[in-house]
Ligand binder design. Sequence first.
Ligand SMILES: NC(=O)c1ccc[n+]([C@@H]2O[C@H](COP(=O)([O-])OP(=O)(O)OC[C@H]3O[C@@H](n4cnc5c(N)ncnc54)[C@H](OP(=O)(O)O)[C@@H]3O)[C@@H](O)[C@H]2O)c1
Length: 331
Amino acid sequence: MDEILYKALTVSEEPGKGFISSIENKSTESLPQNGTLINVLYSSLNYKDALSASGNKGVTKLYPHTPGIDAAGIVTNTNSNHYKSGDEVIVTGYDLGMNTSGGFGQYINVPEEWIVPKPKGITLEESMILGTAGFTAALAVQLLIRNNQKELDGPILVTGASGGVGSLSVAILSLLGFEVIACSGKPEAESYLKMLGAAKVIGREEVIDNSDRALLRSRWAGAIDTVGGNMLSSILKSCKPHGNIAVCGNVSSPLLSTTVFPFILNGVNLLGVNSATTPMHLRKATWEKLSSTWKPGNLHEIKIVTTINDLRTWIDEILIGKVQGRVVLKH
Ligand SMILES: NC(=O)c1ccc[n+]([C@@H]2O[C@H](COP(=O)([O-])OP(=O)(O)OC[C@H]3O[C@@H](n4cnc5c(N)ncnc54)[C@H](OP(=O)(O)O)[C@@H]3O)[C@@H](O)[C@H]2O)c1
């Protein structure tokens, strides 16, 4: 097929200047030829995109590069037997936006194995309000439930609560009938978090424990943590016996200092989430839930819609933990 010209936010490494982002005109022929060309109508901003956009080699090794781990759009051309031109699809995770040109460009070209057909119950825009953040939140909630977490066990703590994974964890848990304690560093986010369904909002300092005690008074029956570091070690100490803690992120620190006592005396379970490599059967089932019984009713109230021209401002904001809710890129 003929080449198509399009715009993409591209990050380049420039000697003496570091990593510079600019909006470039590109050709679909410059994309990797992975089999399915998709016209991206929406993407979203995740913390990982901000790392990729600032030269974090743990996320992206090769520059120049177009970030964007999320994309929703329409198949333009494909060699697949499962998809055809015009299909509405979602792509999140795998290598998209890491070392494969991502959703911050108006076109992507990906293997068909990465594609999820858009479920009927959500629009393309809604799929990106959710994006990797909502998908990860849903995976975390599923892990808790599969590990026998029950509403009557007591409250679930969500950290980094005003961020993407945090906001959607609060929304999904409360939709399912769990009592949610939202932990946020933004006092001004209290009404937002209560709108999402949090029963209580507490500050980070109310969770973090700097003592050398191995265990503390039980305060929650489980948790979804996006912060890591001292936050996670403190949550472990204060979790009720046999509670479940889903570990999603490391915005504060990748380090975890703990004793074995929360595990061997309290039977607490630490459950890891990796959304990017989630197998396709679980991926499709999770998106089906997110578009039906687990679809938060207030999705449009958490979106901040931006264009490629203003995206850099939001990248800088998310890097310093200032974003509340989900930034959706409308191409
Ligand atoms: N495992 C996976 O599959 C997976 C998938 C998606 C994301 N993640 C990870 O999850 C984390 C959150 O991602 P996201 O896209 O939701 O990011 P985000 O929208 O930026 O949310 C992060 C939130 O964490 C809080 N925060 C920021 N800096 C902090 C600090 N130094 N100490 C304590 N809290 C801090 C802030 O919320 P408050 O102000 O409300 O406290 C911030 O809004 C990242 O580490 C990301 O890489 C992992």
